[in-house]
Design a protein around this ligand. Structure first.
Ligand SMILES: [Zn+2]
Length: 414
């Protein structure tokens, strides 16, 4: 039943395809500007559709432009196994973020067709609309609609800076499909993606076996002291809001250090009045706490909240703090994670388990179907940047592990 097949993808063909489609919205600096449902996006969608049709796939589009290309399997009664990501990019995006997940899946599909390999379940490639969220906020919009997180009407009503709606643009480029969002079903989804962080490269590992997406919580803190003359106010009599904020920032850093691999960051700070000879009277700053486990994230929140009153008391200031946004941790499906692990070891790649630090379509899809992700390294951990770089070998490894994992899962269906 578990007869091993050795279907080998063609890394050079994948690379050539990545470079060929990078011309749809290609930038002089070697990146891609392919905003969702733009003319460039239409061109890559048309190209993708034609390639899938050439492979004998049926291509369907749902009402929010999500594309599904399906190759039949032996079992007509079975829902497909999906591989998917996104073909849209940031305004100064790279050639790999999202694109690798779709084209790596296309390479896997081409390999199945070349070898005449018949799977038990149908195999599907999904291209999710507006993952990036840079033209129409929020990000991961249409995988979110698929998963029931957002309504179709909400998605249609999103406006870009020119006041053009997503609904109107879908209509204009011919990708407002007839299928209800969420009605095109699959039984599992694997998403291949570049890591967008530095861990795999730093540890010299080829494959990230992604176990979930970190939980995230955002807070805002306002510290109030008293503005006074820097020359005339003795050190012992100051209510220095910036000093308090500095100690709070250090304490928040320690919250992250104390809960690794959790991360705790202060990324935005406003100091008032921000004058060289005034003791600062008010400071506003943001806090971003993340951890793969919501229970540990609870502890991080407790530690963060416990640190502030003591610092405020020591420095004679008051403060207000509120949580403004939370996103629960996502745990990917254990059987699928196991398929990725098997797929990577079958191909002989080094690997490590990790949680995703960024959001992905897979995070929403995980709410409605067993889902997991595969990461490959990207140079310096840099993405959302025209300089984004992943090698032919790394792209090939990702596509191979994707195919191996899908076939490993498919074998369990026999
Ligand atoms: Zn992406």
């Amino acid at each position: 039943m578990t007869s091993k097949t050795n279907l080998t993808i063609n890394p050079q063909r994948l690379w050539d395809t990545l470079m060929e489609t990078a011309k749809f919205g290609g930038t002089p600096k070697g990146g891609i500007k392919r905003l969702t449902v733009s003319d460039e996006d239409k061109r890559v969608r048309d190209w993708f559709k034609a390639e899938c049709v050439k492979l004998g796939c049926t291509v369907e589009v749902d009402e929010v432009g999500n594309m599904f290309a399906t190759r039949p399997g032996k079992r007509k009664d079975m829902a497909p196994i999906a591989m998917g990501s996104h073909l849209d990019t940031q305004p100064t995006g790279g050639k790999f973020d999202g694109v690798l997940g779709v084209l790596g899946a296309l390479e896997a599909m081409r390999t199945l067709v070349d070898m005449g390999y018949e799977t038990n379940a149908p195999i599907m490639i999904a291209n999710w609309t507006n993952e990036e969220g840079s033209r129409f906020a929020p990000a991961m919009l249409c995988s979110g609609v698929y998963a029931g997180v957002f309504t179709t009407e909400f998605a249609y009503s999103r406006e870009d800076r020119q006041g053009i709606t997503l609904g109107a643009e879908l209509e204009r480029i011919g990708y407002k499909g007839k299928h209800k969002a969420g009605s095109i079903k699959f039984q599992a989804m694997f998403e291949l993606h570049i890591e967008q962080g530095p861990i795999l490269e730093a540890e010299n590992k080829m494959v990230g076996v992604v176990t979930g997406v970190q939980g995230m919580r955002w807070y805002e803190v306002t510290v109030t002291g008293q503005e006074s003359h820097t020359g005339a106010t003795p050190m012992g009599l100051r209510k220095n809001a910036l000093l308090a904020a500095a100690r709070m920032i250090e304490a928040i850093h320690q919250v992250g250090m104390g809960h690794l691999p959790g991360v705790a960051s202060v990324g935005l700070i406003e100091n008032r009045p921000n004058s060289r000879n005034v003791v600062p009277g008010e400071v506003f700053f943001t806090v971003d706490l993340r951890h793969p486990d919501d229970k540990v994230l609870d502890k991080m929140e407790v530690a963060f909240r416990a640190a502030l009153p003591k610092i405020a008391e020591d420095t004679g200031v008051s403060f207000e703090e509120k949580c403004i946004w939370t996103s629960p941790a996502v745990k990917f499906a254990a059987p699928l994670i196991e398929c990725v692990r098997n797929g990577a070891s079958q191909a002989g790649y080094t690997m490590r388990e990790m949680a995703s630090g960024a959001g992905h379509d897979a995070a929403y899809i995980a709410r409605v179907a067993p889902t997991t992700m595969i990461f490959v390294p990207c140079l310096g951990g840099i993405s959302h940047n025209e300089a984004e770089s992943t090698t032919l070998e790394e792209c090939g490894a990702g596509s191979q592990v994707l195919l191996n994992a899908v076939l490993d899962y498919d074998r369990t269906l026999a």
